[in-house]
Design a protein around this ligand. Sequence first.
Ligand code: AVJ
Length: 335
Amino acid sequence: MSSIHFHDLHSQIDRFAEDVIAGLSQRPATLAPKYFYDERGSALFEAITELPEYYPTRTEIGILRDNAADIAREVGSTSLLVEPGGGSLAKVRILLEGLRPLAYVPMDISRDHLRLSAAALAEDFPWLEIHATCTDYSRLMQLPASTPTGTTLAFFPGSSIGNFDPPEAVRFLRAIAELVGPGGYLLIGVDLKKESAILEAAYDDAAGVTAAFNLNLLTRINRELEANFNLPQWRHRAFYNPGPGRIEMHLLSLRPQQVVVEGHPFHFKEGETIHTENSYKYSGEEFATLAGKAGFHGQALWSDPAKLFSVHLLRVASTSADAPPGQVTRSYPPS
Ligand code: AVJ
């Protein structure tokens, strides 16, 4: 019989207004990509994952399917499978039969979404104990009490790690390393560096879905905060910046304009942008080096024939075992 437990670690403090006002006060102005995902933003992201130009989702799913048995063999027996940001719980389905963990802990900020997907998963995997945990994993990475102990595998697909700049990514990976503990694993999807035309098409699709996704952030600010962004005066812009090795998404101001958000006026020149997202791309070696700084060593690396996307299996050294795996908790970022 499957069992679902629901844990709420999410502090109710809503920082959307403060973050938006602080971000728009900076030059260049910035908004955090985590705010893309309101209801319409989540639906638009789903649509992005099905676009012909957006290769990451289908490529990663192919890699996981083709190598599920290999992944299970490399990991061996797992007690606990943890997925920070496991909102849709679609990719983990590919791994569950092979891994057969005692318990699965999806962590997501969206409470309702998490409840629905956890219930659907419980129907399909009746042998699995599910601990659905509502938390903003970028701020608090902590296992709920009462999860089984033993070998822990964290699963972080989708190249979501690309949203962090490299020092933040190292801090985030360190928090995962402490969460899974000595001997624990991380299976992580990472988008690879490639020809910039392929990258740029993936973030500026012909149908304009990514443009709508980016612009929806302004619509959300207008609706949820007292704001008056004039949407026709903003345009989606996405390009590959080869220096830092990242796709950048911006919203470009098409004319000089003033916007008021909760009584705060913000001025934008023609051609000025609001930076809304970075999506870093890493070669296999670059990512292994980054993960090494967080205490992981590479155990296996899978890719697709066209070398578009990669899946790394990383492990925390088990030699310096000073705490039982799965029992270490910490907050991220360190306060
Ligand atoms: C969810 C962060 C992995 O960077 O490819 C897709 C988000 N933004 N198209 C990515 C995104 C525009 C996506 N991640």
